[in-house]
Ligand binder design. Sequence first.
Ligand SMILES: [Zn+2]
Length: 401
Amino acid sequence: MLVLAAARMFDGEAMLPLRSPALQVADDGRIAGVVERSELAADQPVVDLGPVTLLPGLLDTHTHLCFDASASPVEALAEQSDDQLADWIDQRAGQALAAGITTLRDLGDRDFATLAAARRYRTEPAARPHLVCAGPPLTTATGHCHFLGGALPDPDAAPEAVRRWAERGVDLIKVMVTGGTMTPGSDGLDLQFDEPQLRELVRQAHRLGLQVTAHAHAASGIRAAVRAGVDGLEHAKFWVPAGLEPDWQVIDQIAERGIAVCPTLGALPGAPPPPPAVAARAEQALALVGQLAARGVVLVAGSDAGISPAKPHDVLPHAIVAMAGCGMGNLAALRSATSVAAEACRLPGKGRLRPGCDADLLAVDGDPVADLTALLRPRAVYRAGSLAWSAEPAVPDGALV
Ligand SMILES: [Zn+2]
C-alpha cells in the first residue's frame, strides 16, 4: 500500500481537521483511507510530500483537446491529419495532467478523435488524465463549429444524431444552442435550435442515459435550453444585443433544477484579449458569476482550453482563481473544480479524498483555501495512485538511509 503524507489535505469539500494527515492508496489505485500519521504502523513506509496541501486532482469540465490554443485554432485544426491530431491530443492532455488536471471533459471533438484517445488512455491511466467525451458538438449545417463533424442538415434530426453518438460511446451530448465567436458567420446572439427541437434532443439523450450540456451565449438560447430540460449550460452569459441581461426567473429555475453552469472563465495573465463580443461584456460577465453563486446556482470550473492563446490546456487554475474573485470565495471555487464538478459530471469516483475514490491527486505548494494561487505551484500529481508528474522526486521515509 502507498501512503502519502502532507502538511494539509483538502478533501474536495473542506480542509481536513487532521494534525498530520496521511492518505492510504490501495493497490487498485483507489483511496483506502485518510488517517493521522500517528495511527500508521511504525514500519509503514510513507512518502512525505513535505509542506504541501494534497487535494483531489482537478476537473476541467470544458476543454477542447483538438484546438491548439493558437490565434487561429480552427485553421490549424483544418490542416491536421488524424494521425497528427492524435499526437497533439496526447501532448495537450499531458500538459493538463502536469498542472494537476486529472479529469478533462472534452466538449468539442473533431469527429471522435478525443474519444479514441480516451480509449487508449484506459490502458495506461498513470500517464494520462481521465477523459470524458461529448464527441463533436451537435450544431446546424453552417452553425457554430459545424466543421467538427456534428453538423445536422436538419435540426429536427437531432434525436437520430444523439442515437448515433450514443452508439459511438460518448459520455454526454453537447449541443450548440446558439452561435459562437470562433466560427466565421456565426453569432452568439443567434438561436440555432428552437425549444421543441431541443426538447426532443434532450428526451432522446436521457432515454439513452446521457446528460446534455448546452453551449448558450444569448439569453434566448439559455431560456430555451432550460425549458427543454438540459443538464448543463456552457458560458451562459445572458447576451442581448446591447450587452448582457440576466433573466432572474430563468436563473431561479437553473438553481432549482440543479443545472450546472460552467462560466468558462480563466485566461493567462497578459494574453491577448478575447473577441470583441466577449471583451465588451467581460466586466458584466464576471459580476454575473458572483450573482449566480449568490442565487444558489451550481457552478463548475471549466476553462474552454484550446480556443485561444489565453487558454492553453493547463489554464484551469486561473479559471478557479477568477471564479473565486467573482465573489464565490476560495472554498466554493475549489469545490467547483473538485467535488461539485465530479457530481455535476456524474463521476462519483472523482473529486474527493474518500475511501473508494480514485487516487487522482494534486499536491500544491501552500494552502489553496487561504490563497488560491497555490494552485499555480503544483509539486506532484498522482493518477490512479501512480506518480504522473513531479516537480522533484519525492523521498520515501528511510529509503535513502
Ligand atoms: Zn468551448
